[in-house]
Design a protein around this ligand. Structure first.
Ligand code: UD1
Length: 416
């Protein structure tokens, strides 16, 4: 089993190319089940969740391969309703098969989607919305079975909770239906916008109006060449890293618009950000703590909460983070405590005091918790090891080599 080894205390300086966004690459890969013809997807990150999504399509009989380091070719013409239960139960994004396989085959039967364990991850909004479009069935003994007689029917869907996954599933379920569907109370994350842009490029007619989305069904979608957005969470993680170590990074390929909602917090933390059309320049010398809370986009993302907690340990005055999205986001706290962090959790808020962390042997408990340990280890005194690296490679492409290339003393080693 691989481990990450970090010697802390080295400033970061240089350029990092931000990879494609995992959370839009995954639904876009599954959306290819709705498309006639071949899709060429560019800027696909080489992360294990993407490999698993491609393997799920290949098990179905589709062509789904990397043809270049970051380019995938997908053609689902020969796909059959043959789902790989083991892979599906390993990843949350397999929930997108609920819409894509249902629309393509008229029926879907699959295990409950897996993924990172940060508290309850219900899917009742996905099921409620699909039923609103005419699907029948539901969950029984950990399996989800949905069918539709003839076809799904366009309709108005009002989501009770803002959910990235449910929003994308509803868009994908509605895109080929006759007539107009309206989805209310939708998520606005850049990954949702990326999926809409992709489907529209394939011939869909989807409009996003802030809190609702209008889908005018089209008869068919055609294959296209499409470039996925760069990953704002990966960029935010490197901003946290440079906050913890000091120094300056130029983050390439990321859209400034996607980072803009993070600006308010980073400005308060004295982390300086400037940008031009090609890159975002981040520098930090003497970060200050602040209070923040996670919210749906354009609020501060839950996927940066653990990394920011690690950063706040190094910030003058300490600070606090309130988690409003996932009740189980706090597994990282015990790991940071192994490094000497002073964190007090009260309900869904952590109060963090400024402390120079000390290297320790730690365990990644989920993807972003693992990233938090990287932030902590880079700023710490001494050596940090991070076990369970498999969580981190689910969502970060070449994390250790990217950080090593800008001066971090960090490497992936073979563990016992
Ligand atoms: C996606 C991301 C994940 C990110 C999250 C929030 C992927 C593969 N994962 O997860 O990295 O942390 O968005 O930005 O894209 N909820 C319900 N019922 C539902 C669905 C969701 O109550 O049917 C709740 C969830 O428990 C949570 C909130 O809604 O409290 C947001 O969840 P959601 O946006 O659906 O997260 P995911 O799409 O699973």
């Amino acid at each position: 089993m691989e481990k990450i080894l970090i010697e802390g205390g080295h400033r970061l300086n240089g350029d990092i190319e931000i990879s494609g966004m995992k959370n839009s690459a995954l639904p876009i890969i599954f959306a290819c089940l709705l498309i006639e013809g071949e899709c060429i997807l560019e800027n696909i990150p080489r992360v294990s969740d993407v490999q698993n999504a491609l393997s799920i399509l290949k098990t179905m009989g589709a062509e789904a391969d990397f043809v270049d380091y970051h380019t995938v070719k997908i053609n689902t013409k020969s796909a059959e309703n043959n789902l790989d239960f083991e892979l599906i139960s390993k990843m949350r994004a397999s929930s997108y098969l609920l819409s894509c396989a249902l629309v393509r085959f008229g029926r879907v039967n699959m295990p409950y989607p897996g993924g990172c364990n940060f508290g309850s991850r219900p899917i009742e909004q996905h099921l409620k919305g699909l039923k609103c479009l005419g699907a029948r069935g539901g969950e029984s003994d950990g399996f989800l079975t949905l069918k539709c007689k003839n076809n799904l029917k366009s309709n108005k869907i009002s989501l009770d909770k803002i959910s990235v996954g449910a929003t994308i599933n509803m868009i994908m379920a509605a895109v080929l239906l006759e007539g107009q569907s309206v989805i209310e109370n939708v998520a606005r994350e850049p990954h949702v916008i990326d999926v809409i842009r992709f489907l529209n490029a394939c011939g869909a007619d989807i409009l996003h109006f802030g809190s609702y989305i209008r889908v005018n069904g089209v008869r068919k979608l055609k294959g296209v060449k499409y470039r996925i957005y760069a990953d704002m969470i990966e960029a935010g993680t490197y901003i946290a890293c440079v906050g913890a170590t000091g120094g300056a990074l130029s983050l390439k390929g990321i859209e400034y618009e996607h980072i803009r909602p993070l600006r308010l917090i980073f400005d308060e933390m004295n982390i300086k950000i400037s940008y031009n059309s090609r890159e975002i320049y981040v520098s930090s010398n003497n970060p200050k703590g602040t209070s923040m809370q996670t919210e749906p986009y354009p609020g501060f993302p839950t996927d940066l909460h653990p990394q920011l907690s690690a950063l706040v340990c190094y910030c003058e005055g300490g600070g606090s983070i309130t988690e409003n999205i996932f009740d189980g986001r706090f597994a990282y706290v015990a790991q940071l405590e192994k490094m000497g962090a002073k964190i007090k959790r009260v309900g869904n808020t952590v109060y963090i005091s400024q402390t120079r962390l000390i290297g320790a042997s730690t365990d990644a408990t989920d993807l972003r918790a693992g990233a938090a340990l990287v932030v902590a280890g880079l700023g710490a005194q001494g050596i940090t090891t991070i076990n369970n690296v498999n969580y981190i490679v689910r969502g970060y492409e070449e994390l250790t080599s990217k950080l090593a290339s800008v001066g971090g003393n960090i490497k992936l080693i073979q563990g016992e």
